[in-house]
Design a protein around this ligand. Structure first.
Ligand SMILES: [Zn+2]
Length: 156
């Protein structure tokens, strides 16, 4: 397991909890992963609700997505700094891309553009890969989610 480097004084701590030098909370990576996973699942559900049920996709949801995941990581793990930021940002980006692809796929089925027998995980996989690099909206969404979640880097 990685060492816990204090974001405030850069001391190397062997264990999570509080910094041996300055007493700042160091946070727990396990809790950070749990919080990031749960909050990104929750936000993905919200994303799919807006896209499929309300039929609206708007950048605000992406902004909220990143902010909520980072907030949950900070709140439940007590950690901030680069590694915690990476955890929150990774879950935000993956969550947005998966939720975006999955909900557009559901829409395509509902609208009869894709028939169920043609659906496969490979289809979803290809669609996600395509969207990540070619769809300007997806790129805008995960850029926004990433930016609004960035505060973990400097949070204390
Ligand atoms: Zn410290």
């Amino acid at each position: 397991m990685a060492n816990y480097v204090c974001p405030a004084c850069a001391a190397n701590n062997p264990e999570p909890g509080t910094c041996i030098l300055c007493g700042k909370r160091l946070g727990s990576y396990r809790r950070a992963l749990g919080a990031a996973l749960l909050s990104s699942l929750l936000m993905s559900g919200l994303w799919m609700f807006f896209t499929v049920v309300v039929r609206l996709q708007f950048p605000l949801v992406a902004c909220v997505f990143g902010a909520v995941v980072s907030y949950c990581v900070l709140h439940f793990s007590g950690g901030s700094g680069l590694l915690f930021q990476c955890i929150a940002s990774a879950f935000t980006l993956i969550g947005i891309v998966v939720a975006d692809s999955a909900s557009l796929l559901i829409l395509a089925v509902l609208d009869g553009k894709v028939t169920l027998d043609r659906l496969s995980l490979e289809w979803l996989w290809t669609d996600m890969g395509y969207r990540m690099v070619h769809d300007p909206y997806t790129i805008l969404y995960y850029a926004l989610g990433f930016i609004t979640g960035l505060f973990l880097l400097r949070a204390s």
